[in-house]
Design a protein around this ligand. Structure first.
Ligand SMILES: Nc1ncnc2c1ncn2[C@@H]1O[C@H](COP(=O)(O)OP(=O)(O)O)[C@@H](O)[C@H]1O
Ligand SMILES: [Mg+2]
Length: 230
């Protein structure tokens, strides 16, 4: 195994069972994501992007094939083991932010630490640092209903960062933002990648967003059509 490999997908397939019918969402994806990669996943609707992100994010398991995260074979994990590894190693950012309503930026950012063994004082310090990294110093006590879409996504990124995850996964993180704000959010991702060395995988429909990533994977009908930037 390559020393720098973080995520190894080996012939990963996913079949959804829907009563009598089966949907093959992924048909054998083999690819290695290295520490420090900034990868965009692209492809038409229904090509398997979300399914792949769910597997990489340990929200779901492959039907067949192997998935290794940090050298650990995730395909064999049960629900509890998946939850634990998700908590430790993965930060999630969503298109619609998924923040707690009427709750402060600070409390939203601290949330993942509630499920860890970090004490409350330390949790607060870590959350403040994350918020500073995403440019929200001074805004910690603003509530989610008092901030803009771009600021909401910054809080979501701070929350994703707070655990020092091995990888941040973002599904259409600029999908609900105007172009200028979207560019600002992409700048945060590229800074995190370049300055903090954080591995980032994002799904996007927007070629301009993908352009910012170092590598792009194009999916079609559950298979990798091509990779750019290798
Ligand atoms: N939970 C599910 N149950 C059944 N079929 C699903 C489910 N999720 C996705 N699919 C199907 O799997 C295929 C890939 O979907 P998805 O991964 O969501 O693609 P994308 O994110 O690229 O639009 C599609 O045909 C979709 O209808
Ligand atoms: Mg999708």
């Amino acid at each position: 195994m390559d020393n720098n490999s973080l995520i190894e997908l080996d012939n990963v397939a996913k079949v959804y069972e829907m009563g009598e019918t089966q949907v093959s969402a992924l048909k054998g994806v083999t690819y290695t994501i290295r520490k420090g990669d900034l990868l965009a996943i692209m492809g038409p609707s229904g090509s398997g992007k979300s399914t792949l992100m769910n597997i990489i994010g340990c929200l779901d398991k492959p039907s067949s094939g192997r998935y290794l995260l940090d050298g650990k074979e995730i395909s064999t994990f049960d629900r509890n083991q998946l939850a634990e590894i998700r908590n430790k190693k993965i930060g999630f950012v969503f298109q619609n932010f998924n923040l707690l309503a009427r709750t402060s930026a600070l409390e939203n950012t601290e949330l993942p630490l509630l499920y860890s063994d970090v004490n409350t004082k330390k949790a607060r310090e870590m959350a403040l640092k994350s918020l500073e990294i995403v440019g929200l110093k001074g805004r910690e006590h603003h509530k989610t209903n008092q901030i803009s879409g771009g600021e909401k996504q910054r809080v979501a990124i701070a929350r994703a960062l707070v655990n020092s995850p091995s990888v941040i996964l973002a599904d259409e993180p600029t999908g609900n933002l105007d172009t200028k704000t979207g560019n600002e959010i992409m700048k945060i991702f590229t800074d995190l990648n370049e300055k903090e060395g954080i591995t980032i995988i994002l799904v996007t429909h927007d070629p301009e967003v993908a352009e910012v990533a170092k590598k792009a994977m194009y999916l079609r009908d559950g298979l990798i059509e091509r990779i750019e930037g290798e």
